[in-house]
Each structure stands twice: as C-alpha cells, then as structure tokens.
Design a protein around this ligand. Structure first.
Ligand code: EPZ
Length: 433
C-alpha cells in the first residue's frame, strides 16, 4: 500500500520513512528464495513441457526474468499467488535481447540451458555491479570443457556446439573457485549432455541444491549436490514437473537481525535452520537466544555484544548478510572485526551507517565496528540490494526518523519488506513523491 506522496524531510526520491526505537513482536513471513527462483525459472528452457514453480517471491527481478524467457519463446504465466507456470515447448531461438538483459544479471542463467537444449546461445555479458566485477570466467571455462565453442564480442557471449549433433559432451571440470552461478550454469548445461560430467570445487549453497532437486524431479541424474563434488549423468530429455521454491535464507536472516537490532522477540517462518547455521551461530555468539519450532525460529535479544565476522562460501557466513549483520554490530557493546572475502567492494554501506552515527573504520575489505549506544535517524541511501536492507535495519533501531532511498535495489530482493515489518510493529511507510 503506497502512502500518499508527501515528501518528508525534503527527501524527494522514493523512500521508506522509518521511525526507530519500536520493539517488534509477533510472527513474520519469509517468501521463496530469490536466488533460487531466478535460476529455477531458467530450467524451463530445458524441456518442452509445463514447469510449475510455487512459492515464487513477487520481486522486480522475477518479473524481469520472465520477460527474458518470454523473449526466447518460453510462455510465462504469473498466477500472482506465488505460482509461475512456464512452458518451454516454444523455445525457438537462442539470442537474448540486450535491452531486456541489461541490468538483470540473472539472465546469464540462460546460457547453460540454451546450450544444453539447442546447442547454441547468444547472451549479453552480465557485466559487473557496484559490489564487484562479477566475472564469468568459470562459467565460460566449464562450458568450453563441455564442448562449446565460445566467443565474446561487442559485449555478447556467443556459444555453439560444433558438429551436426549440437550436443554437449560430459567432462571432468574443477572450478578455480566455488562460484554459485558457474556451478548452476554447468549443472543446467550438463543434464542433457552426452555422458557423465563431474564438477569439482562446486558451490554448496542451498540454492544449488534446490536447482539440482528440481532437475532431478524433471528426470535428470545428479548426485552430490550440496557437496563440493557433483556428478551428472546426461539424459536424452527432461520433462515438466511442479516444484516449490525453498524459503529465502537471506530474507530470513534479515528479519532475525531486525529482531536483534530492536532487542525484540520475533518469530520468523518458514526457515530451514541448516541453510543459516553460520548466521545462527553468530547471532547466538553476540547474545541472542534462538528457539526452533516445526517451521520457524523465534529470536529473543536483550543485550548484544561484539563478535567477529568473516564471509565465506556456504556453509560459511554468507556475504549477503554481511551488511545487515554489521548494522547490528554497530549497536553492540564492544568492537567487532568484519571481513568481506567474497566481493572486492562490498563495504559501501559503511559510509551510510556513519551518517547514522555508527563508529566504523575500514581497511580495504575489513571493517572495525565500535558499537555505539544508539544510532540517530537521517536520510540514507542503499547502494545495492543488501546495503539497502542494512539501512532499513538501521532505521528500525535509530533514534528519530530515517529515510531510506535506493528502493530500486531493495525491491529486487525483498517482497513487501515494509508491509511485513509493519505487521510486527515497525513504523515504516513507503513514499513515492
Ligand atoms: C550468487 O551470485 C548470488 N546471486 C549473490 O547474491 C551471492 O552474493 C553470490 O552468489 C555468492 O553467494 C544469485 O544467485 C542471483 P559467484 P554469483 O559466482 O553467482 C568470484 C544478492 O545480494 N568468481 O559465487 O554471481 C568473484 O570474486 C546477490 O542476492 C570468480 O572469481 O556469485 C565473485 O565476487 C549478490 N570467477 C565471487 O566469486 C568466476 O568466474 C562470488 O561469485 C565467478 C566468480
């Protein structure tokens, strides 16, 4: 529900206005995982039957991915209740239009399935973003190992399988780094390849396992998903299925941090605790108590003290919760050291936190966070998706009013965050002046 547009405090861009200092209470709902739903949608390119995805979050990126898939012939029906019905029987050509792809990195997920299904793909380079260069070296190296000839010209990655069969051939691939996107791309390319593919040093994120589970439900033969070694035995074709997206562990972590930073008691569900082990450990280490029930978690926070954080590939601490967790540590007792090892430029939220009164010093991708008794509200801007979420958390705790700008980032990854937080007692209103 968009409030009547009345610019507050002179902030003239779309923003969330948050009056801080209010405790949260009750239960908050977690949507389906953005970083799973986007790649699951791409599997529609692999089969000529109906794929029904449930528990899909309502996000701008999901809509964008639907447009990209439609552009290459997938029919996409959004039933608006979290259910997407996709049909890849009409997939006819393999060139993605630049204007749709630009800014939607997830569209690069199409290259693997298009190569696997058609033996050809032309996908614009995803390009970098504010948090880092976001290279695709591992994706390209692996696709070449599977037999694709690849050229990159004028910002477009053109891939084709030589020969009349146009079918990829299984290979033994060792990734230089456990890239989530490369693992997912190579999984989708290998499921229809001739022979067996082994991926070593594969990413172990829950979203990779979710993708493998969907592919298996479609008829793929995959073993080892969720570990560092995944084996795929190519099959002739895949069929349609109905599949439910896993809960979003990063959204769940964000809401647990909202409870912690407001020193509240809050129920968050659904949550798969195993998807958040490293985060739950750090929350307990800094003073939170966490109780599990059938579908969710209840976090209670009174006093928060400093803990050190170091982001790592799963099952280590997730980089996507680094900025939100740092925001909590900005209000903790003591000094915490936060190290970002995944991205080269994911400390941009520090300057905005300092505007709210946080005491943080950075040295490259390491931040020394000296907790302060209280943050004070001010207009701030989120520079990327998770930095924007961090600003919302800061606003919930800050004294006075905070205006969070950069909603174009926030709406990519959080489904109605203000409605969900308002439902548990936050004073948070969206303004679209
Ligand atoms: C996925 O991005 C997520 N996005 C990101 O979430 C998440 O931060 C990231 O995985 C890590 O967990 C989606 O799933 C849509 P990567 P992806 O390939 O696949 C290095 C969010 O906020 N690398 O694992 O692009 C490079 O340093 C977003 O929801 C190479 O060196 O992540 C990169 O920074 C942000 N060479 C790091 O790995 C390569 O060829 C992580 O990249 C590929 C990656």
């Amino acid at each position: 529900m968009t409030a009547v547009a009345t610019p507050s405090q002179g902030v003239l861009t779309p923003h969330l206005e948050i009056v801080g200092g209010r405790p949260l209470a009750g239960s908050i709902q977690v949507s389906g995982a953005k970083n799973s739903a986007l790649v699951l949608m791409a599997t529609a390119l692999l089969c000529d039957e109906t794929l029904t995805l449930e528990n899909v979050p309502q996000l701008t990126d999901i809509g964008g991915m639907g447009e990209v898939l439609s552009a290459v012939g997938v029919s996409v029906e959004d039933r608006r209740n979290g259910t997407l019905v996709l049909d890849g029987s009409g997939v006819s050509h393999a060139a993605l239009p630049y204007e749709l792809v630009n800014g939607l990195r997830a569209s690069f997920f199409c290259i693997g399935p298009l190569l696997g299904r058609l033996g050809i793909a032309k996908v614009p380079m995803p390009g970098g973003c504010k948090i880092g260069a976001r290279p695709i070296v591992e994706h390209v190296r692996g696709l070449k190992a599977l037999g694709a000839a690849i050229s990159i010209e004028h910002g477009v990655v053109s891939a084709a399988v030589p020969g009349t069969s146009r079918r990829l051939t299984g290979a033994h691939i060792t990734l230089d780094c456990p890239s989530v996107g490369a693992t997912e791309t190579l999984l989708m390319a290998a499921v229809l390849a001739r022979g067996t593919t082994v991926l070593e040093n594969a990413a172990q994120e829950p979203e990779v396992t979710d993708l493998a589970n969907l592919l298996i439900a479609m008829g793929a033969r995959i073993q080892g998903a969720g570990t560092a070694v995944i084996t795929i035995e190519g099959v002739e074709r895949l069929g349609g299925t109905r599949y439910e997206v896993i809960p979003d562990r990063i959204e769940a972590g964000t809401f647990l941090l909202a409870a912690a930073i407001t020193r509240s008691c809050l129920h968050v569900s659904p949550v798969v605790p195993e998807h958040l082990s490293a985060v739950l450990t750090k929350l307990q280490d800094c003073g939170c108590t966490i109780e599990r029930d059938g579908r969710g978690l209840t976090l209670r926070a009174d006093e928060i003290h400093a803990v050190d954080l170091r982001t790592q590939p799963f099952p280590g601490f997730p980089t996507d919760l680094q900025a939100p967790f740092m925001t909590l540590l900005a209000t903790a007792k003591g000094t915490s050291v936060v190290s970002e090892t995944i991205y080269e430029n994911r400390m941009q939220h520090v300057a905005e936190l300092q505007r709210l009164g946080a005491s943080i010093r950075t040295q490259g991708s390491t931040a020394f966070v000296e907790g302060v008794p209280r943050l004070s509200g001010a207009p701030v801007t989120g520079s990327d998706l998770r930095a924007s979420a961090a600003m919302v958390l800061a606003g919930l705790a800050a004294e006075g009013t905070t205006q969070v700008q950069g909603l174009q980032h926030l709406d990519r990854g959080y489904d109605d965050i203000e409605g969900k937080l308002r439902g548990v007692g936050a004073s948070i209103t969206r303004f679209n002046p």
